[in-house]
Design a protein around this ligand. Structure first.
Ligand code: PLP
Length: 328
């Protein structure tokens, strides 16, 4: 209860007035997402997702026997509401959930504006499609303003807001939660069947961190660090990568989406980089059918001279692909 009280208090900053009993604690955000999908869908149902999308969502959808319906998203405003509306109309009755990372999305970094959050919530209500909102990066805004969540516009309990402390404190704590609106009972039952409850020592540690102001203090510092590091990484990419490369400019979080010229194969780049102990996420893992082959996602959570050299190496490897003599 101590943690749920603290989370409910923090949710006020994102525009949500919820009571602690409206929150179910989970072992991280992935569990919150899986429980939500299980509560809403049965095998064969379709789930609307952004594309490119956090690859774990694709795995969840596949594992649960669901179909992914990809909706284009942009690095600025996130999911295209026009494309979503069109897809909902065309697939009426088949789409049983929609997953959106509303703030500083992984991998594009986009943030859905307040106006679009409201439109998204209304549109999904009208189509009777529940929204699974992932707000795991919402506390990592580079400005002092904590962005709202779509859940704050939800009047009917149609939004299941999922998050965790994995990106702000540490993934190893495995502490997250879901405010599941009208689906709370199904989520509680699913949680009970999965693993009864999330370990209490880590819950208490996070609750104490929130209550004594340590979390807020920590956020103030990491937000500045991530803003600085993603700008540095972005500049380094500009210097090292082939001309024509484009990099996202997120306003929060710590992932960068890098679109290289057509002709660079990010899977080849991944293998060559891995051999040199450099880890990148190739673009194709963020889609159902291997799109975004000329893109990569980079993590700017750490910045030092070794990372700077790694960016130079990646840029050189990408350039070599474009300049390599074509084979007969
Ligand atoms: C959008 C998003 N949701 C969920 C997760 C995983 O969260 P957790 O470790 O709390 O399960 C990640 C981790 O990369 C993520 O990027």
């Amino acid at each position: 209860m101590r943690l749920r009280k603290q989370i409910a208090q923090r949710l006020l900053l994102s525009g949500c007035a919820l009571s602690p009993d409206q929150i179910v604690i989970t072992s991280g955000c992935v569990e919150a997402g899986v429980l939500s999908l299980r509560a809403l869908c049965k095998p064969g149902d379709a789930v609307a997702i952004e594309t490119p999308v956090y690859f774990n969502f694709l795995q969840m959808i596949q594992d649960l026997g669901l179909k992914a319906l990809e909706i284009p998203a942009s690095p600025r405003g996130g999911i295209s509401l026009e494309a979503l509306e069109y897809a909902l109309d065309r697939n009426a009755g088949e789409v049983k959930a929609c997953i959106v990372i509303s703030n500083f999305n992984n991998p594009l970094g986009g943030r859905v504006s307040d106006e679009d959050k409201l439109r998204l919530v209304r549109m999904l209500e009208n189509h009777q499609v529940p929204l699974i909102e992932d707000d795991i990066y919402g506390d990592l805004s580079y400005s002092d303003e904590r962005p709202s969540v779509a859940k704050s516009f939800d009047k009917t309990g149609n939004v299941l807001l999922c998050s965790s402390f994995s990106k702000t404190v540490a993934p190893g704590y495995r502490v997250g939660g879901v405010a599941a609106g009208r689906y709370q009972e199904q989520i509680e039952r699913g949680k009970m069947l999965a693993n009864v409850a999330t370990a209490s020592p880590t819950q208490l540690a996070i609750a104490e961190f929130l209550a004594n102001g340590g979390y807020e203090h920590h956020l103030r510092s990491v937000r500045r660090v991530y803003a600085r590091q993603s700008a540095k990484m972005s500049d380094a990419i500009g210097r090292a990568f082939p001309s024509g490369t484009r990099v996202s400019r997120p306003q929060g979080g710590f992932v960068l989406w890098v679109e290289m010229p057509e002709g660079v194969d990010s899977l080849v780049l991944y293998k060559k980089a891995k051999a040199l102990s450099i880890t990148i996420a190739p673009g194709s893992i963020f889609s159902v059918d291997g799109k975004y082959l000329n893109c990569i996602r980079l993590n700017a959570a750490c910045w030092n001279s070794a990372v700077e050299v790694a960016i130079e190496t990646l840029g050189r490897l990408a350039t070599e692909q474009l300049t390599a003599a074509p084979r007969d």
